[in-house]
Ligand binder design. Structure first.
Ligand code: ARG
Length: 585
Protein backbone atom coordinates (compact mmCIF):
# COMPACT_ATOMS: atom_id res chain seq x y z
CA UNK A 1 0.00 0.00 0.00
CA UNK A 2 1.18 3.50 -0.73
CA UNK A 3 1.16 6.14 2.00
CA UNK A 4 -1.89 7.86 0.56
CA UNK A 5 -3.73 4.53 0.52
CA UNK A 6 -2.82 3.90 4.16
CA UNK A 7 -4.01 7.38 5.08
CA UNK A 8 -7.26 6.85 3.19
CA UNK A 9 -7.95 3.67 5.11
CA UNK A 10 -7.24 5.47 8.37
CA UNK A 11 -9.64 8.28 7.52
CA UNK A 12 -12.30 5.73 6.61
CA UNK A 13 -11.80 3.94 9.95
CA UNK A 14 -12.03 7.22 11.84
CA UNK A 15 -15.27 8.18 10.08
CA UNK A 16 -16.74 4.80 10.94
CA UNK A 17 -15.75 5.24 14.58
CA UNK A 18 -17.54 8.61 14.57
CA UNK A 19 -20.54 6.83 13.08
CA UNK A 20 -20.53 8.95 9.97
CA UNK A 21 -22.16 7.00 7.19
CA UNK A 22 -20.43 7.43 3.90
CA UNK A 23 -22.57 6.74 0.84
CA UNK A 24 -19.54 6.63 -1.44
CA UNK A 25 -16.13 5.85 0.15
CA UNK A 26 -14.34 6.80 -3.08
CA UNK A 27 -15.02 10.39 -2.13
CA UNK A 28 -12.26 10.16 0.43
CA UNK A 29 -9.20 11.35 -1.40
CA UNK A 30 -5.76 11.72 0.07
CA UNK A 31 -3.52 13.61 -2.31
CA UNK A 32 0.05 14.80 -2.19
CA UNK A 33 0.24 18.31 -0.82
CA UNK A 34 0.79 20.80 -3.59
CA UNK A 35 3.02 22.89 -1.35
CA UNK A 36 5.48 21.03 0.85
CA UNK A 37 5.31 23.73 3.54
CA UNK A 38 1.82 22.56 4.40
CA UNK A 39 2.72 18.96 4.98
CA UNK A 40 3.09 15.99 2.72
CA UNK A 41 -0.47 14.85 2.10
CA UNK A 42 -3.87 16.42 2.39
CA UNK A 43 -7.52 15.40 2.52
CA UNK A 44 -10.65 17.52 2.05
CA UNK A 45 -13.27 15.02 3.26
CA UNK A 46 -14.26 17.12 6.28
CA UNK A 47 -15.28 19.94 3.98
CA UNK A 48 -17.12 17.55 1.67
CA UNK A 49 -19.22 16.03 4.48
CA UNK A 50 -19.71 18.93 6.94
CA UNK A 51 -22.68 20.46 5.20
CA UNK A 52 -24.82 17.33 5.11
CA UNK A 53 -23.92 16.69 8.77
CA UNK A 54 -24.94 20.22 9.69
CA UNK A 55 -21.50 20.93 11.13
CA UNK A 56 -18.89 23.65 10.76
CA UNK A 57 -16.19 22.20 8.45
CA UNK A 58 -13.25 23.26 10.63
CA UNK A 59 -14.87 21.88 13.77
CA UNK A 60 -15.67 18.65 12.03
CA UNK A 61 -12.07 18.44 10.72
CA UNK A 62 -10.80 18.84 14.30
CA UNK A 63 -13.16 16.14 15.53
CA UNK A 64 -12.02 13.83 12.74
CA UNK A 65 -8.34 14.55 13.41
CA UNK A 66 -8.90 13.51 17.04
CA UNK A 67 -10.27 10.16 15.91
CA UNK A 68 -7.41 9.38 13.52
CA UNK A 69 -5.00 6.68 14.55
CA UNK A 70 -1.81 7.75 12.79
CA UNK A 71 0.57 8.30 15.68
CA UNK A 72 3.55 6.41 14.25
CA UNK A 73 3.07 7.65 10.76
CA UNK A 74 2.49 11.38 10.82
CA UNK A 75 1.38 14.58 12.53
CA UNK A 76 -2.07 15.88 11.61
CA UNK A 77 -3.04 19.55 11.45
CA UNK A 78 -6.03 21.52 10.23
CA UNK A 79 -5.60 24.19 7.61
CA UNK A 80 -7.76 26.73 5.80
CA UNK A 81 -11.50 26.06 5.76
CA UNK A 82 -11.03 22.46 6.97
CA UNK A 83 -8.25 20.61 5.20
CA UNK A 84 -6.59 17.76 7.04
CA UNK A 85 -2.86 18.07 6.54
CA UNK A 86 -0.54 15.16 7.18
CA UNK A 87 3.15 15.61 7.83
CA UNK A 88 5.03 12.33 7.81
CA UNK A 89 7.38 11.58 10.67
CA UNK A 90 11.06 10.98 10.05
CA UNK A 91 10.65 7.27 10.80
CA UNK A 92 7.97 6.94 8.15
CA UNK A 93 10.20 8.67 5.62
CA UNK A 94 13.00 6.34 6.59
CA UNK A 95 10.77 3.35 5.83
CA UNK A 96 9.94 4.77 2.43
CA UNK A 97 13.58 5.46 1.63
CA UNK A 98 14.60 1.97 2.66
CA UNK A 99 11.88 0.45 0.48
CA UNK A 100 12.95 2.59 -2.46
CA UNK A 101 16.59 1.67 -1.95
CA UNK A 102 15.67 -2.03 -1.91
CA UNK A 103 13.38 -1.75 -4.89
CA UNK A 104 14.84 -2.74 -8.20
CA UNK A 105 12.98 -0.06 -10.11
CA UNK A 106 13.29 2.59 -7.41
CA UNK A 107 9.61 2.29 -6.38
CA UNK A 108 8.33 3.48 -9.74
CA UNK A 109 4.75 2.22 -10.00
CA UNK A 110 3.66 0.58 -13.25
CA UNK A 111 0.51 1.82 -14.99
CA UNK A 112 -2.63 -0.18 -14.32
CA UNK A 113 -3.57 -0.66 -17.95
CA UNK A 114 -0.65 -0.63 -20.36
CA UNK A 115 -1.40 0.76 -23.82
CA UNK A 116 0.11 0.13 -27.22
CA UNK A 117 1.61 3.45 -28.22
CA UNK A 118 3.18 4.30 -31.57
CA UNK A 119 5.54 7.24 -31.29
CA UNK A 120 6.22 9.02 -34.58
CA UNK A 121 9.27 11.20 -34.09
CA UNK A 122 12.41 12.57 -35.71
CA UNK A 123 11.25 11.72 -39.27
CA UNK A 124 13.78 13.83 -41.14
CA UNK A 125 13.61 14.30 -44.88
CA UNK A 126 16.04 12.11 -46.71
CA UNK A 127 18.53 13.79 -49.00
CA UNK A 128 18.49 16.84 -46.81
CA UNK A 129 20.56 16.66 -43.64
CA UNK A 130 18.76 16.86 -40.34
CA UNK A 131 18.61 20.43 -39.26
CA UNK A 132 18.27 22.06 -35.91
CA UNK A 133 14.47 21.86 -36.09
CA UNK A 134 14.71 18.08 -35.97
CA UNK A 135 16.55 18.25 -32.66
CA UNK A 136 13.38 18.94 -30.80
CA UNK A 137 11.36 16.12 -32.29
CA UNK A 138 14.19 13.61 -31.94
CA UNK A 139 15.02 14.41 -28.34
CA UNK A 140 11.47 14.87 -27.05
CA UNK A 141 10.29 11.75 -28.88
CA UNK A 142 13.09 9.60 -27.51
CA UNK A 143 12.46 10.83 -23.98
CA UNK A 144 8.69 10.31 -24.08
CA UNK A 145 9.20 6.82 -25.50
CA UNK A 146 11.58 5.92 -22.69
CA UNK A 147 9.26 7.30 -20.02
CA UNK A 148 6.23 5.49 -21.44
CA UNK A 149 8.18 2.25 -21.58
CA UNK A 150 9.45 2.75 -18.06
CA UNK A 151 5.94 2.78 -16.62
CA UNK A 152 4.95 -0.31 -18.55
CA UNK A 153 3.38 0.82 -21.80
CA UNK A 154 4.09 -1.09 -24.98
CA UNK A 155 5.93 1.47 -27.08
CA UNK A 156 6.66 1.25 -30.82
CA UNK A 157 9.13 3.86 -32.05
CA UNK A 158 8.75 4.54 -35.74
CA UNK A 159 10.92 6.81 -37.84
CA UNK A 160 8.56 7.99 -40.57
CA UNK A 161 11.29 9.17 -42.93
CA UNK A 162 10.39 11.78 -45.51
CA UNK A 163 11.79 9.67 -48.32
CA UNK A 164 9.32 10.16 -51.13
CA UNK A 165 8.57 13.85 -51.45
CA UNK A 166 9.25 16.65 -53.91
CA UNK A 167 12.88 16.94 -52.85
CA UNK A 168 13.63 13.78 -54.84
CA UNK A 169 12.61 15.39 -58.07
CA UNK A 170 15.14 18.09 -57.31
CA UNK A 171 17.95 15.84 -56.14
CA UNK A 172 17.50 13.56 -59.15
CA UNK A 173 17.57 16.51 -61.51
CA UNK A 174 20.80 17.85 -60.02
CA UNK A 175 22.29 14.36 -59.81
CA UNK A 176 21.85 13.93 -63.54
CA UNK A 177 23.32 17.39 -64.12
CA UNK A 178 26.49 16.31 -62.30
CA UNK A 179 26.97 14.37 -59.12
CA UNK A 180 30.38 14.41 -57.44
CA UNK A 181 30.89 10.67 -56.91
CA UNK A 182 34.01 11.15 -54.83
CA UNK A 183 32.35 13.50 -52.39
CA UNK A 184 29.32 11.23 -52.31
CA UNK A 185 31.56 8.51 -50.91
CA UNK A 186 33.27 10.75 -48.39
CA UNK A 187 30.56 13.11 -47.19
CA UNK A 188 27.29 11.71 -48.52
CA UNK A 189 24.95 14.02 -46.63
CA UNK A 190 26.87 17.10 -47.65
CA UNK A 191 26.89 16.09 -51.30
CA UNK A 192 23.17 15.33 -51.23
CA UNK A 193 22.57 18.70 -49.65
CA UNK A 194 24.60 20.37 -52.37
CA UNK A 195 22.52 18.64 -55.03
CA UNK A 196 19.34 19.69 -53.32
CA UNK A 197 20.47 23.29 -53.05
CA UNK A 198 21.64 23.40 -56.65
CA UNK A 199 18.24 22.29 -57.89
CA UNK A 200 16.38 24.44 -55.44
CA UNK A 201 18.30 27.57 -56.46
CA UNK A 202 17.99 26.82 -60.15
CA UNK A 203 14.27 26.18 -59.96
CA UNK A 204 13.67 29.41 -58.14
CA UNK A 205 15.04 31.27 -61.12
CA UNK A 206 13.85 29.12 -63.94
CA UNK A 207 10.34 27.78 -64.52
CA UNK A 208 11.59 25.08 -66.94
CA UNK A 209 13.89 23.65 -64.24
CA UNK A 210 10.94 23.49 -61.88
CA UNK A 211 9.00 21.57 -64.53
CA UNK A 212 11.93 19.21 -65.11
CA UNK A 213 12.25 18.51 -61.40
CA UNK A 214 8.56 17.71 -61.16
CA UNK A 215 8.86 15.42 -64.18
CA UNK A 216 11.74 13.55 -62.50
CA UNK A 217 9.56 12.97 -59.46
CA UNK A 218 6.65 11.67 -61.51
CA UNK A 219 9.04 9.32 -63.32
CA UNK A 220 10.30 8.04 -59.99
CA UNK A 221 6.81 7.49 -58.64
CA UNK A 222 5.87 5.62 -61.81
CA UNK A 223 8.79 3.25 -61.30
CA UNK A 224 11.38 4.49 -63.83
CA UNK A 225 14.45 2.27 -63.42
CA UNK A 226 17.13 4.95 -63.57
CA UNK A 227 15.36 7.31 -61.16
CA UNK A 228 14.60 4.45 -58.84
CA UNK A 229 18.30 3.51 -58.78
CA UNK A 230 19.29 7.07 -57.91
CA UNK A 231 16.63 7.20 -55.24
CA UNK A 232 17.79 3.92 -53.71
CA UNK A 233 21.33 5.20 -53.44
CA UNK A 234 20.17 8.49 -51.91
CA UNK A 235 18.19 6.65 -49.27
CA UNK A 236 21.03 4.27 -48.45
CA UNK A 237 23.59 7.06 -48.18
CA UNK A 238 21.31 9.20 -46.05
CA UNK A 239 20.55 6.26 -43.86
CA UNK A 240 24.26 5.87 -43.10
CA UNK A 241 24.60 9.52 -42.17
CA UNK A 242 21.48 9.38 -40.01
CA UNK A 243 22.64 6.25 -38.22
CA UNK A 244 25.81 8.07 -37.18
CA UNK A 245 23.86 10.95 -35.71
CA UNK A 246 21.37 8.72 -33.92
CA UNK A 247 24.22 6.72 -32.46
CA UNK A 248 25.80 9.89 -31.18
CA UNK A 249 22.48 10.91 -29.63
CA UNK A 250 21.77 7.40 -28.31
CA UNK A 251 18.43 7.39 -30.10
CA UNK A 252 16.99 4.18 -31.53
CA UNK A 253 13.91 3.12 -33.48
CA UNK A 254 11.96 -0.11 -33.66
CA UNK A 255 10.90 0.64 -37.23
CA UNK A 256 11.90 2.84 -40.11
CA UNK A 257 8.76 2.86 -42.18
CA UNK A 258 9.19 5.90 -44.35
CA UNK A 259 6.74 7.60 -46.65
CA UNK A 260 7.86 5.41 -49.55
CA UNK A 261 6.74 2.26 -47.72
CA UNK A 262 3.13 3.35 -48.16
CA UNK A 263 3.37 4.10 -51.86
CA UNK A 264 1.43 1.04 -52.97
CA UNK A 265 -1.40 1.76 -50.56
CA UNK A 266 -2.10 5.27 -51.82
CA UNK A 267 -4.04 4.71 -55.06
CA UNK A 268 -6.48 2.17 -53.55
CA UNK A 269 -6.85 4.40 -50.50
CA UNK A 270 -7.89 7.41 -52.57
CA UNK A 271 -10.33 5.25 -54.58
CA UNK A 272 -11.88 4.06 -51.35
CA UNK A 273 -12.07 7.60 -49.93
CA UNK A 274 -13.99 8.65 -53.04
CA UNK A 275 -16.30 5.65 -53.23
CA UNK A 276 -17.19 5.87 -49.54
CA UNK A 277 -18.00 9.54 -49.95
CA UNK A 278 -15.17 10.96 -47.85
CA UNK A 279 -13.34 12.71 -50.69
CA UNK A 280 -14.30 14.44 -53.89
CA UNK A 281 -12.91 16.33 -56.84
CA UNK A 282 -11.82 19.93 -56.43
CA UNK A 283 -10.17 21.92 -59.24
CA UNK A 284 -8.84 18.75 -60.84
CA UNK A 285 -7.39 17.49 -57.55
CA UNK A 286 -9.02 15.24 -54.93
CA UNK A 287 -9.68 16.49 -51.42
CA UNK A 288 -11.49 15.74 -48.19
CA UNK A 289 -13.85 18.50 -47.10
CA UNK A 290 -15.50 19.60 -43.89
CA UNK A 291 -18.02 17.24 -42.37
CA UNK A 292 -19.94 20.29 -41.20
CA UNK A 293 -20.20 18.92 -37.69
CA UNK A 294 -18.52 21.86 -35.96
CA UNK A 295 -18.64 25.62 -36.28
CA UNK A 296 -16.26 27.04 -38.94
CA UNK A 297 -14.06 28.60 -36.27
CA UNK A 298 -13.07 25.23 -34.85
CA UNK A 299 -13.20 23.40 -38.17
CA UNK A 300 -9.80 22.40 -39.57
CA UNK A 301 -11.34 22.19 -43.04
CA UNK A 302 -12.27 25.88 -43.16
CA UNK A 303 -10.20 29.04 -43.43
CA UNK A 304 -11.19 32.62 -43.04
CA UNK A 305 -10.17 34.69 -46.04
CA UNK A 306 -11.12 38.36 -46.02
CA UNK A 307 -13.82 37.81 -43.44
CA UNK A 308 -15.35 34.88 -45.27
CA UNK A 309 -15.21 31.18 -44.37
CA UNK A 310 -13.93 29.13 -47.24
CA UNK A 311 -13.25 25.47 -47.77
CA UNK A 312 -9.77 24.29 -46.82
CA UNK A 313 -9.78 20.68 -47.97
CA UNK A 314 -7.17 18.10 -47.12
CA UNK A 315 -5.71 17.24 -50.49
CA UNK A 316 -5.07 13.58 -51.16
CA UNK A 317 -4.34 13.57 -54.89
CA UNK A 318 -2.74 16.27 -56.99
CA UNK A 319 -3.80 17.45 -60.42
CA UNK A 320 -0.80 15.71 -61.99
CA UNK A 321 -1.80 12.40 -60.41
CA UNK A 322 0.77 12.46 -57.58
CA UNK A 323 -0.23 11.89 -53.98
CA UNK A 324 0.21 14.21 -51.01
CA UNK A 325 1.89 14.18 -47.62
CA UNK A 326 -1.60 13.80 -46.15
CA UNK A 327 -2.44 10.73 -48.22
CA UNK A 328 0.61 8.94 -46.87
CA UNK A 329 -0.30 9.93 -43.35
CA UNK A 330 -3.80 8.48 -43.67
CA UNK A 331 -2.37 5.22 -45.01
CA UNK A 332 0.07 5.22 -42.11
CA UNK A 333 -2.72 5.59 -39.55
CA UNK A 334 -4.52 2.62 -41.09
CA UNK A 335 -1.36 0.53 -40.93
CA UNK A 336 -0.53 1.46 -37.37
CA UNK A 337 -4.01 0.76 -36.08
CA UNK A 338 -4.70 -2.38 -38.13
CA UNK A 339 -1.29 -4.04 -38.10
CA UNK A 340 0.16 -2.77 -34.83
CA UNK A 341 -3.10 -2.47 -32.88
CA UNK A 342 -2.13 1.01 -31.76
CA UNK A 343 -4.25 2.32 -28.89
CA UNK A 344 -2.44 5.64 -29.08
CA UNK A 345 -0.58 7.45 -31.86
CA UNK A 346 1.74 10.24 -30.81
CA UNK A 347 3.19 12.60 -33.41
CA UNK A 348 6.13 14.61 -32.12
CA UNK A 349 6.17 17.32 -34.76
CA UNK A 350 6.68 21.08 -35.01
CA UNK A 351 3.66 23.27 -34.12
CA UNK A 352 3.53 24.59 -37.69
CA UNK A 353 2.02 21.28 -38.76
CA UNK A 354 -0.84 21.67 -36.26
CA UNK A 355 -3.43 22.23 -38.99
CA UNK A 356 -2.35 19.12 -40.86
CA UNK A 357 -2.68 16.95 -37.76
CA UNK A 358 -6.09 18.36 -36.85
CA UNK A 359 -7.29 17.35 -40.30
CA UNK A 360 -5.56 13.98 -40.12
CA UNK A 361 -7.08 13.13 -36.74
CA UNK A 362 -10.53 14.24 -37.86
CA UNK A 363 -10.33 12.14 -41.03
CA UNK A 364 -9.09 9.14 -39.03
CA UNK A 365 -12.15 9.34 -36.80
CA UNK A 366 -14.42 9.62 -39.82
CA UNK A 367 -12.79 6.49 -41.22
CA UNK A 368 -13.75 4.61 -38.07
CA UNK A 369 -10.56 4.81 -36.03
CA UNK A 370 -12.22 6.55 -33.14
CA UNK A 371 -11.07 3.94 -30.62
CA UNK A 372 -7.50 5.13 -30.89
CA UNK A 373 -6.21 8.22 -29.23
CA UNK A 374 -4.37 10.67 -31.49
CA UNK A 375 -1.98 13.22 -30.06
CA UNK A 376 0.02 15.92 -31.75
CA UNK A 377 2.92 16.48 -29.35
CA UNK A 378 3.70 19.90 -30.66
CA UNK A 379 6.68 22.13 -29.93
CA UNK A 380 7.99 25.62 -30.60
CA UNK A 381 11.10 27.10 -32.18
CA UNK A 382 14.75 27.24 -31.17
CA UNK A 383 15.95 30.83 -31.21
CA UNK A 384 19.35 32.44 -31.63
CA UNK A 385 20.66 34.98 -29.16
CA UNK A 386 18.99 37.71 -31.22
CA UNK A 387 15.60 36.21 -30.36
CA UNK A 388 14.95 35.15 -33.96
CA UNK A 389 14.84 31.53 -35.20
CA UNK A 390 18.33 30.07 -35.02
CA UNK A 391 20.26 30.50 -38.30
CA UNK A 392 23.85 30.08 -39.43
CA UNK A 393 25.88 33.08 -40.55
CA UNK A 394 24.98 32.20 -44.11
CA UNK A 395 21.32 32.39 -43.14
CA UNK A 396 20.54 28.66 -43.36
CA UNK A 397 19.08 26.48 -40.67
CA UNK A 398 22.06 25.04 -38.81
CA UNK A 399 22.66 21.35 -39.30
CA UNK A 400 22.19 19.14 -36.33
CA UNK A 401 25.69 17.75 -36.57
CA UNK A 402 27.25 21.21 -36.51
CA UNK A 403 25.16 22.13 -33.51
CA UNK A 404 26.45 19.07 -31.67
CA UNK A 405 30.04 19.80 -32.70
CA UNK A 406 29.77 23.36 -31.42
CA UNK A 407 28.33 22.17 -28.12
CA UNK A 408 31.16 19.69 -27.73
CA UNK A 409 33.71 22.44 -28.39
CA UNK A 410 32.11 24.64 -25.74
CA UNK A 411 32.09 21.69 -23.34
CA UNK A 412 35.76 21.04 -24.09
CA UNK A 413 36.60 24.55 -22.86
CA UNK A 414 34.81 23.90 -19.58
CA UNK A 415 36.43 20.49 -19.20
CA UNK A 416 39.91 21.91 -19.86
CA UNK A 417 39.35 24.62 -17.28
CA UNK A 418 37.68 22.61 -14.53
CA UNK A 419 37.99 18.87 -14.91
CA UNK A 420 40.09 16.78 -12.56
CA UNK A 421 40.63 14.16 -15.23
CA UNK A 422 44.22 13.71 -16.36
CA UNK A 423 44.38 12.14 -19.82
CA UNK A 424 43.51 14.00 -23.00
CA UNK A 425 41.49 11.07 -24.30
CA UNK A 426 39.43 10.93 -21.14
CA UNK A 427 38.83 14.66 -21.30
CA UNK A 428 37.79 14.43 -24.91
CA UNK A 429 35.28 11.70 -24.14
CA UNK A 430 33.92 13.75 -21.26
CA UNK A 431 33.54 16.83 -23.48
CA UNK A 432 31.58 14.76 -26.02
CA UNK A 433 29.32 13.44 -23.29
CA UNK A 434 28.78 16.88 -21.75
CA UNK A 435 28.29 18.65 -25.07
CA UNK A 436 25.67 16.26 -26.42
CA UNK A 437 23.96 15.96 -23.02
CA UNK A 438 23.77 19.72 -22.74
CA UNK A 439 21.94 20.02 -26.03
CA UNK A 440 19.48 17.37 -24.87
CA UNK A 441 18.99 18.76 -21.41
CA UNK A 442 18.43 22.30 -22.64
CA UNK A 443 15.75 20.96 -24.92
CA UNK A 444 14.08 18.81 -22.30
CA UNK A 445 14.17 21.35 -19.50
CA UNK A 446 12.05 23.84 -21.43
CA UNK A 447 8.32 23.61 -21.79
CA UNK A 448 7.94 22.09 -25.23
CA UNK A 449 5.57 24.81 -26.41
CA UNK A 450 7.92 27.65 -25.56
CA UNK A 451 10.61 28.94 -27.86
CA UNK A 452 14.02 28.95 -26.28
CA UNK A 453 17.31 30.65 -26.89
CA UNK A 454 20.19 28.42 -27.85
CA UNK A 455 23.05 29.73 -25.74
CA UNK A 456 25.97 27.31 -25.84
CA UNK A 457 28.06 28.79 -23.05
CA UNK A 458 25.13 28.88 -20.69
CA UNK A 459 24.11 25.32 -21.36
CA UNK A 460 27.51 23.75 -20.80
CA UNK A 461 28.19 25.75 -17.61
CA UNK A 462 28.67 23.90 -14.38
CA UNK A 463 26.49 26.33 -12.48
CA UNK A 464 22.84 26.85 -13.30
CA UNK A 465 20.02 24.59 -14.42
CA UNK A 466 22.27 22.61 -16.70
CA UNK A 467 23.25 19.09 -17.65
CA UNK A 468 26.79 19.49 -16.25
CA UNK A 469 25.31 20.49 -12.90
CA UNK A 470 23.29 17.27 -12.79
CA UNK A 471 26.17 15.12 -13.99
CA UNK A 472 28.39 16.66 -11.36
CA UNK A 473 25.75 15.93 -8.70
CA UNK A 474 25.80 12.30 -9.70
CA UNK A 475 29.61 12.16 -9.64
CA UNK A 476 29.63 13.84 -6.24
CA UNK A 477 27.16 11.31 -4.84
CA UNK A 478 29.31 8.44 -6.14
CA UNK A 479 32.66 9.93 -5.18
CA UNK A 480 32.19 9.03 -1.54
CA UNK A 481 32.11 5.34 -2.40
CA UNK A 482 35.43 5.53 -4.18
CA UNK A 483 37.01 6.87 -1.02
CA UNK A 484 35.74 3.84 0.87
CA UNK A 485 37.39 1.30 -1.37
CA UNK A 486 35.61 -1.95 -0.79
CA UNK A 487 35.07 -1.91 2.96
CA UNK A 488 31.39 -1.31 2.45
CA UNK A 489 28.40 -3.54 2.99
CA UNK A 490 25.21 -1.61 3.42
CA UNK A 491 22.54 -3.62 5.18
CA UNK A 492 19.84 -0.97 5.05
CA UNK A 493 18.45 -2.52 8.24
CA UNK A 494 18.45 0.66 10.25
CA UNK A 495 17.85 3.75 8.26
CA UNK A 496 17.51 6.76 10.49
CA UNK A 497 16.92 10.35 9.54
CA UNK A 498 17.99 13.00 12.03
CA UNK A 499 18.54 16.21 10.15
CA UNK A 500 16.03 18.33 8.26
CA UNK A 501 18.18 18.17 5.15
CA UNK A 502 18.01 14.38 5.25
CA UNK A 503 14.23 14.36 5.51
CA UNK A 504 13.96 16.87 2.72
CA UNK A 505 16.18 14.78 0.46
CA UNK A 506 14.09 11.67 1.13
CA UNK A 507 10.91 13.60 0.40
CA UNK A 508 12.32 14.57 -2.96
CA UNK A 509 13.46 11.02 -3.68
CA UNK A 510 10.02 9.65 -2.88
CA UNK A 511 8.44 11.86 -5.54
CA UNK A 512 10.30 10.12 -8.35
CA UNK A 513 7.51 7.77 -9.40
CA UNK A 514 4.87 10.53 -9.43
CA UNK A 515 7.08 12.81 -11.43
CA UNK A 516 7.60 10.22 -14.11
CA UNK A 517 3.88 9.61 -14.42
CA UNK A 518 3.20 13.33 -14.60
CA UNK A 519 5.45 13.64 -17.65
CA UNK A 520 2.88 11.60 -19.58
CA UNK A 521 -0.16 13.63 -18.47
CA UNK A 522 0.70 16.34 -20.94
CA UNK A 523 3.79 14.96 -22.67
CA UNK A 524 6.12 17.24 -20.76
CA UNK A 525 9.67 16.00 -20.19
CA UNK A 526 10.51 19.34 -18.56
CA UNK A 527 8.67 18.17 -15.42
CA UNK A 528 11.20 15.38 -15.01
CA UNK A 529 14.12 17.67 -15.87
CA UNK A 530 13.03 20.22 -13.28
CA UNK A 531 12.49 17.50 -10.72
CA UNK A 532 16.02 16.18 -11.19
CA UNK A 533 17.42 19.67 -10.66
CA UNK A 534 15.46 20.01 -7.43
CA UNK A 535 16.62 16.60 -6.31
CA UNK A 536 20.22 17.57 -7.03
CA UNK A 537 19.84 20.76 -5.00
CA UNK A 538 18.35 18.77 -2.11
CA UNK A 539 21.31 16.44 -2.33
CA UNK A 540 23.91 19.20 -2.18
CA UNK A 541 22.16 20.79 0.82
CA UNK A 542 22.20 17.44 2.56
CA UNK A 543 25.81 16.81 1.64
CA UNK A 544 26.90 20.15 2.99
CA UNK A 545 24.87 19.88 6.20
CA UNK A 546 25.55 16.26 7.04
CA UNK A 547 29.02 14.72 7.25
CA UNK A 548 28.94 11.22 5.80
CA UNK A 549 32.29 9.49 6.20
CA UNK A 550 32.98 11.23 9.48
CA UNK A 551 29.65 10.15 10.94
CA UNK A 552 29.45 6.95 12.91
CA UNK A 553 27.41 3.79 13.21
CA UNK A 554 23.84 3.89 11.98
CA UNK A 555 24.05 7.53 11.04
CA UNK A 556 26.97 6.85 8.76
CA UNK A 557 25.27 3.87 7.16
CA UNK A 558 22.04 5.84 6.70
CA UNK A 559 23.82 8.70 5.00
CA UNK A 560 25.73 6.36 2.75
CA UNK A 561 22.42 4.85 1.72
CA UNK A 562 21.07 8.31 0.94
CA UNK A 563 24.08 9.00 -1.29
CA UNK A 564 23.65 5.67 -3.01
CA UNK A 565 19.92 6.10 -3.51
CA UNK A 566 20.30 9.65 -4.79
CA UNK A 567 22.90 8.56 -7.31
CA UNK A 568 20.61 5.77 -8.49
CA UNK A 569 17.60 8.04 -8.95
CA UNK A 570 19.71 10.66 -10.73
CA UNK A 571 21.19 8.06 -13.05
CA UNK A 572 17.82 6.47 -13.76
CA UNK A 573 16.09 9.80 -14.31
CA UNK A 574 18.84 11.06 -16.58
CA UNK A 575 18.65 7.83 -18.56
CA UNK A 576 14.97 8.63 -19.22
CA UNK A 577 16.19 11.90 -20.70
CA UNK A 578 18.64 9.80 -22.76
CA UNK A 579 21.57 11.29 -20.86
CA UNK A 580 24.30 8.89 -19.72
CA UNK A 581 26.37 9.65 -16.62
CA UNK A 582 30.17 9.72 -16.30
CA UNK A 583 31.80 8.18 -13.20
CA UNK A 584 34.36 11.00 -12.92
CA UNK A 585 34.55 14.55 -14.15
N1 ARG B 1 9.20 14.59 -42.54
C1 ARG B 1 8.40 15.60 -41.89
C2 ARG B 1 9.22 16.90 -41.73
O1 ARG B 1 10.43 16.85 -41.61
C3 ARG B 1 7.89 15.19 -40.54
C4 ARG B 1 7.02 13.97 -40.52
C5 ARG B 1 6.23 13.83 -39.28
N2 ARG B 1 5.44 12.64 -39.21
C6 ARG B 1 4.32 12.43 -39.91
N3 ARG B 1 3.74 11.27 -39.79
N4 ARG B 1 3.80 13.33 -40.69
O2 ARG B 1 8.62 17.95 -41.66
Amino acid sequence: MTISEILRETVLTALTSLEVALPDPSRIQVTKAADLRFGDFQCNIAMVLAKSLGKNPRDFATELAGALDVKDLCEVSIAGPGFLNFTLKAAAWADLARAQWNSENLSVLPVESPRRIVVDFSAPNVAKPMHVGHIRSTIIGECLSRVARKVGHHVIKDNHLGDWGTQFGMVTWAWKAGVDEKRLEEEPLQELLRLYRTASDASKEDETVREECRAELVKLQQGDAENLAIWTRCVELSRKGLDDIYERLDVTFDHWLGESDYNEALAPLVDRLISEGHARESDGAIGIFSSGSVKPKGDPFKVNRDGEWQDFPMLVKKKDGGFNYATTDIATVEFRVNEWQADELWYVVDFRQGGHFKQLFDVSKRLGYEQSQFVHVSFGTILGKDGKPLKTRAGDLPQLEDVLDDAVKAAQRVVDAKSRLEGDEEKKALAELIGVSSVKFTELSHHRMSDYVFDLDKMVALEGDTAPYLLYSYVRARSIFRKLEGELVLSGENLILEEKAEVHLVRMLSRYSDQIHQVLDDYRPNLLATYLLELARAFHSFFEACPVLKAEGETRESRLILCDLTSKVLKDGLALLAIPVPERM
